[in-house]
Design a protein around this ligand. Sequence first.
Ligand SMILES: *Cc1c(COP(=O)(O)O)cnc(C)c1O
Length: 456
Amino acid sequence: MSTEKIPYKIYLSEDELPKQWYNVRADMKKKPAPLLNPATKKPVTAEELGAVFCDELVKQELDETNPYIDIPEEIQSFYKMYRPAPLVRAYCLEKALGTPAKIYYKFEGNNTSGSHKLNSAIAQAYYAKKQGLKGVTTETGAGQWGTALSMACSYFDLDCRVYMVKCSYEQKPFRREVMRTYGASVTPSPSMTTEVGRKILAEYPDTNGSLGCAISEAVEAATSSEGYRYVLGSVLSQVLLHQTVIGLETKTAMDKYGIKPDIIIGCAGGGSNLGGLISPFMGEKLRGEADYRIIAVEPASCPSLTRGIYAYDFCDTGKVCPLQKMYTLGSGFMPSANHAGGLRYHGMSAVLSELYDQKLMEAICVEQTAVFEAAQKFARIEGILPAPESSHAIKAAIDEALKCKETGEEKTILFGLTGTGYFDMYAYAAYNDGTMSDYVPTDEELRKSFDTLPKI
Ligand SMILES: *Cc1c(COP(=O)(O)O)cnc(C)c1O
């Protein structure tokens, strides 16, 4: 254990960077339930998945036994361009809060996409290239994933077709231009370019689109084009696997200084950053080597873990993706249009859902005005303008630190700061103007949405 003063930022040298991803499923006694074919309701085979996803990624998706998976050299080199991500000791925030707690955050916003999503985008683009594909299709909601994927595809010279949720396409024209700068084509979803898009538009001509709907369009675009596969930026176990670089770096950096977090906090949309951050710590917990309190933070307007049901559900509106057992609000659930903070997916990673169901982690939900209040405070004190998604974790970390102030406990709090919020200025404007409102779905609304769950 080092007795040095902990620096503001803990960096790692190149040779301390992870050379393997960690697959937490290998250490889970009870594994997540298998993905099911939506037509037959039987576990999907690698062959079936191979029609939609890249072969190597299918292998990773189905791998529940290998704890470590090598990160190919090419991906390691790309990681070196923007990693390690700094682990920051939030001395200024601690002081401003007057808390005895020690607060650390892992900052993933230091790349052009502005979020952790690049960690998986580069891996998925690499495997697509290696398979000799021409290109990939995907959806993007807030736009970070589409941006990350377009960066990764341009690096490996792959075509990239992005279906962007319509309201976001209109609200974030600069996101779109970043993607186009990297060579991607961007289509607002629902669109007339796919059968499922035309069907949704015929039924709901005024729709603003949703992630579930954009996924269906992207899957159709991939399966109907020769040499294309579909890639997804969250939810899937392969994505969580790639994101473990976050947790592995964090663990190495903390171990270097003998720091052990008491509480680990992350925002949860589809669960990939949280899963990536906690995996190495959860592994220790599963193996009985250490214990940590782990908290997932989600928006009160889209509360899949805190108010959802643990059941098989569709991952997309068009019901073309495999069925996944997860905490879900129902694939027809639409978060309120005033919800500005991202994290709008109706379901949750199967791995995190199972860990949560086994009570190995907790979940809370927070309302958006409180989230933006925390975001503003953080920007003013720590200097970084956080993404609204990340700010859910900030809010929870501040609350835990304030609890320590009351009790006098010197807990160590670690949270994931997933990205920056420069493209979310309409949301910040609403907060600054005092026009932002909170929306919490009623039990009745959720019940209606649960009625759409498939009967398995
Ligand atoms: C996409 C995104 C999230 C949420 O996705 P997860 O898969 O739950 O990690 C959180 N923060 C930022 C900045 C994002 O771009």
